[in-house]
Every structure is written in structure tokens, then in C-alpha cells.
Design a protein around this ligand. Structure first.
Ligand code: ZN
Ligand code: ZN
Length: 112
């Protein structure tokens, strides 16, 4: 009976390295970030459709958070309303496009 109160709320938490984000973690963050009101992303999805421009994978409404907007010229502030600077890429292709690990930073710094 000696250790009865001990370890009652003990829940070991595995430590995760901060810098090694998986695309799934990015996706989870995106899901939180994606709001129906968010601007150019919604525009781009509307214009180009729920399909990845690179691998051609199609998405539907419930997994659209896996689809991200890539700026062709690399300038996130260049958002012409006709969508000419946007490309819809799935997170896998987008991650690929920016190089591993950089996508998280790219998305974190978005203005909306
Ligand atoms: Zn893709
Ligand atoms: Zn991009």
C-alpha cells in the first residue's frame, strides 16, 4: 500500500524532436488553420478545383485540407484574382516542391 498515491497521474509523454515534422502533422495543423473564410486558398481551390496540379490526385470536401496553394513565383503576396499565380498542390507534392521541412515554415508564415 505504500505506493498507492504515487504514479496516479503519471503519463509518460514521448519527447518529439521539433524539427522533424511529418506531413501528417503538417496536415493536422492545416486542418486547424483552414477556415471557410480564408482568402486566396479558397479562391484557388474554387478556380483550379480540388485536384493536385502535380500528381493529379483528387480531393473532396472533407479532405481538402490536404490540398494547399503554391505560389508559382514563390511570392505569397502576389495573389492575382484570376488565380494565375496559384497552383493547387497536395501536401506531399508541395512538401516536395519546397524541399523537406520547409513547407511547415512556409505555411506558418502565411499572412492569414
Ligand atoms: Zn500531389
Ligand atoms: Zn509552395
Amino acid at each position: 500500500m505504500r505506493n498507492r498515491l504515487y504514479s496516479r497521474h503519471k503519463k509518460p509523454q514521448p519527447k518529439k524532436p521539433l524539427s522533424n515534422k511529418s506531413v501528417f502533422e503538417i496536415a493536422r495543423e492545416l486542418k486547424e488553420l483552414s477556415r471557410p473564410t480564408s482568402s486566396y486558398r479558397e479562391q484557388s481551390l474554387k478556380i483550379h478545383g480540388l485536384i493536385c496540379a502535380k500528381c493529379g490526385r483528387e480531393f473532396d470536401y472533407k479532405d481538402r485540407h490536404l490540398l494547399t496553394v503554391h505560389h508559382k513565383d514563390g511570392n505569397r503576396l502576389n495573389n492575382p484574382p484570376d488565380g494565375s499565380n496559384w497552383e493547387n498542390l497536395c501536401i506531399y507534392c508541395h512538401d516536395d516542391e519546397h524541399g523537406r521541412g520547409l513547407l511547415a515554415d512556409y505555411l506558418k508564415n502565411k499572412e492569414q
